[in-house]
Design a protein around this ligand. Sequence first.
Ligand code: FAD
Ligand code: NAP
Length: 497
Amino acid sequence: MSGHKLMFSGLKLCPSGKNRWTNRLLSGVSGRGKASFSSCSRPKVCIVGSGPAGFYTAQALIKARQDVQVDIYEQLPVPFGLVRFGVAPDHPEVKNVINTFTQTAKQSRCSFYGNVTVGKDVSIEDLQQAYHAVVLSYGAEGNRSMGVPGEDLAGVYSAKDFVGWYNGLPSCQELSPDLSCETAVILGQGNVALDVARILLSPIDLLKKTDITQPALEALSESLVRRVLIVGRRGPKQVACTIKEVREMVNLPDTRPEMVEADFEGVTEALKDLPRPRKRLTELMLKTALEIPGEKERERRNAASRVWGFRFFRSPVEVLAHPDHKRTAGIRLAVNRLEGEGEGSRAVLTGEVEDVTCGLVISSIGYRSLPIDPAVPFDAGKAIVPNHMGRVQQAAGLYCSGWVKTGPTGVIATTMNNSFDTARSLMEDMDSGKLDISAAKPGSQSISALLEKRGVKAVIFSDWERMDRLEMRRGEAAGKPREKLLTVEEMLQAARN
Ligand code: FAD
Ligand code: NAP
């Protein structure tokens, strides 16, 4: 990052020896639950979305410049985006990033305003008037659809909704998926598909110790699903998941793998040409599919009551209806062949199809960003905000980071790096004068006034901490790390108590 200059021209300096009152002013919070505002002129940046991208961008900005004020606006009353609502409940170690995000949120120059939907409660134009810069970090709230007949039948869900359901996302709590069938088909072979497969097949005693929601735990404990097929349009050498997640499937108690030997034709011979991580992953799949297990593993597999397997070279063509025309009875898959080699190979239809009987279809073919405000450029084809190094194209003062910048792929570490890149672009623009910060901006002062006029009650970070403590207390009583609040109303009530 280029060494920044503090730009004070035309700015009124804040007192540097901060007392409690000044601290509160700087953090935009005066008294419990009430927002007040600094009259100091300082660069003011707001961020839309409080997932990893929002928090990592805020962290980088605050670290790079001692005078910048960063306000984060989040549509939900609770922070952390997909770390709370995406990451699998049985992967608690991944959620440790929340500690870093909390440190950022508690900095005197960072404020969190939850329960504010940008594009609805406030517009981007409102934010641009109040802040020197606006960073869009609002993730990918939609999902790619399969675009096949029967997709709307009962028993067909997007992985986005299914994950949101078991992780307590308020908008997904009505999903109540029907788990009364034996076979589930998951379309897509990314890590989300593997998360879903694992949750469907995990012994309930393992899930009980996680922060999975109580309704999901109850539904899964009554689930009749015994067989999960994870279907990909390409071959074993092209799966999008990673080795850790495949290993977890291989080692999942009370399950055995069920693969199709023919899918692995020629794969052993191709191993030597694969890059190392891909080679290790492919070796694990080959071993699982083809190797005759030792006695102990054979016994384990024979005793297993549940089955999982990859199916390759298959694309969804149609979700087949039950004779009652109301729910799904199966899926028709096109048989593909590959054109080209390696990661870039393309699935091409052979004309053959194959029907698989199943009562549950979960489409896990990727998330998708959505436009939130007509004033923001949006590339509908790529489903991203078009940008150059995080600078939104043809929109001065607008930046983006995270999945809305890159598209919906990448782990938290990838999102961190691309958010740091965006913060660097923003800092460079401040330093070079490309981003004009000479005039004072009101920041959260004017936005809070607008929200009040519009009847929107924002929550602040200490409100979240109250919800957090309540969730942990409820969890303790149930022997879980936390029992999540499941509706916005419950969250707001807990924030005020
Ligand atoms: P998000 O995390 O989605 O955050 C966006 C935030 O913006 C959300 O809080 C949202 O509520 C808010 N928002 C949306 N619209 C508005 C609006 N209009 N106004 C205000 N706020 C808004 N990575 C790993 O490293 N390990 C894992 O185990 C892992 N598991 C995953 C599991 C799933 C199911 C998924 C989908 C992803 C997983 N990832 C994992 C990837 C990781 O979650 C992403 O890299 C990361 O969350 C992307 O960050 P983001 O901030 O761009 O988006
Ligand atoms: P992903 O990794 O991009 O996988 C999407 C899958 O859907 C791929 O198998 C893809 O196949 C397939 N697909 C896409 N379009 C399709 C279509 N039209 N028809 C059929 N199949 C289609 O996406 P994801 O699983 O949603 O994961 C998103 C990101 O979050 C990834 O970077 C992932 O690693 C990360 N994540 C990480 C973890 C973890 O670390 N534990 C957990 C969950 C998610 P093709 O390859 O043929 O396109």
